[in-house]
Design a protein around this ligand. Structure first.
Ligand code: PLP
Length: 402
């Protein structure tokens, strides 16, 4: 029987040293982030005691947390700074859990929420069968224009006024372009709704100042994963402006018991890296995505939204029908053929440039990557060329390893 350490070594050699990874939900972390994931913080607890009489959380139930407390404050301060928030917490264990915390902090059973439909790229965790089902919430889908891959803002504004939801959650799993937020903010103000923004796929761009700045543009709660365009460990964060701090903090301790402090230490380091290198990284992620889009589109992959420059985010969308017509492949067939050649994509046609950028990829590399994708779709074996492109790359936008 194989031991798990040898499986991890094989995984590292393949995925970290040989593959070109174009999955938009993933990224790679620095050596310091990886060291912190293995640190003593991962053996420890820190947990406020709940005062049943007053319903609030009081002093720490655990001793021995002096360095941990300092580390937590440092991480939260960095997150407040990067996202321009008055409150930030790195405790949510994942993007999904950050969404759960936002919902239980703002909604009661029977309330309505407005979200982006999964058919328009929205996250299915906010769909009627997932978190809203557990919490007894009614889900309505925001009007969406698939030609521009963006909200129909005027109709969405009217929908907020008619439905009068408790919470509107913007953001999506296929997230290409920023939203016009001010009309939605005004509609929320007029009806007393709160506005949340799931930034899972664009967190690293927001931190680098490359996408929109949701909290500055009127959003109440910013939430999401920390390991997609942001190059942190797998996990979540939540940030807010206004007077939601107490509610969010108290509901966080109802949604989880142990915040996994090694992950929080690792995320703190990733936020430091984002503060130092995030602008350059985020700008390159978007340039790379747009260039890869242009190259692939020119080769017959029919990348969506050419008239909009393909994307303003790390993501691109391949159009299934055109790929079937041009190459005789479904998106899943294409993903399998690419995997055999060490190019990793998902099976729904999303392509992302987070990781390849973090590995140092620049616009001119996108031309070569598009070429190997094309040859692979035409049935050629390109694994050796992939390996030689891959060998040129090394982790970038990180502090020197000591
Ligand atoms: C928009 C969006 N929100 C939330 C999540 C869930 O994030 P996590 O996997 O970190 O729980 C995803 C998943 O990829 C997502 O695309």
């Amino acid at each position: 029987m194989k031991d798990v350490l040898s499986l991890a070594r094989q995984q590292e050699t393949w995925r970290l040293e040989r593959c070109i990874n174009l999955i938009p939900s993933e990224n790679v972390t620095s050596p310091q982030v990886r060291e912190l994931l293995a640190s003593d913080f991962g053996h420890r607890y820190s947990l406020p005691v709940h005062d049943e009489i007053h319903g609030s959380f009081v002093e720490n139930a655990y001793r021995g947390t002096r360095y941990l407390d300092e580390m937590e404050s440092l991480g939260e301060e960095l997150a407040r700074d990067l996202f321009n928030a008055s409150y930030a917490s790195l405790k949510p264990l994942s993007g999904h859990v950050s969404g759960l915390i936002a919902l239980i902090s703002t909604c009661n059973p029977g309330d309505a929420i407005l979200v982006v439909s999964p058919e328009d790229g929205g996250y299915d965790g906010y769909g009627p069968e997932y978190l809203p089902k557990i919490l007894g919430l009614q889900v309505h889908y925001l009007p969406f224009d698939r030609e521009r891959w963006n909200l129909r803002v005027e109709q969405a504004r009217r929908m907020i006024e008619e439905v009068r939801p408790r919470l509107v959650i913007l953001g999506a799993s296929l997230f290409l372009f920023p939203y016009e937020l001010s009309p939605l903010r005004r509609a929320c103000d007029a009806t007393g709704a709160l506005l949340a923004y799931d930034a899972s796929h664009v967190m690293g761009l927001i931190a680098g100042g490359e996408f929109q700045r949701p909290l500055e543009e009127g959003v109440d709660i910013l939430l999401g994963s920390t390991h997609k365009s942001l190059f942190g460990p797998q996990g979540g964060l939540i940030a807010a402006r206004g007077n939601l701090e107490e509610q969010l903090e108290s509901m966080t301790w109802r949604a989880l018991d142990n915040a996994h402090w090694n992950r929080i230490a690792a995320l703190t380091q990733a936020l430091m890296e984002a503060r130092e290198f995030g602008k350059d990284y985020a700008g390159t992620v978007v340039k790379n995505a747009r260039r890869l889009g242009r190259e692939l589109d020119g080769m017959g992959f029919a990348v969506g939204f050419s008239q909009e420059g393909y994307t303003r985010s790390p993501q691109l969308l391949l159009e299934a029908e055109a790929i079937r017509e041009r190459f005789g492949l479904s998106l899943n067939d294409l993903a399998i053929a690419l995997e055999k050649n060490d190019i990793i994509v998902d099976s729904v046609g999303r392509i992302g440039t987070n990781e390849i950028t973090r590995m140092g990829g620049q616009e001119e590399d996108m031309v070569e990557i598009a070429e190997v994708i094309l040859r692979c779709a035409q049935g050629e074996n390109v694994a050796e060329d992939v390996a030689s492109i891959r060998q040129r790359f090394s982790l970038s936008y990180a502090f020197e390893d000591r």
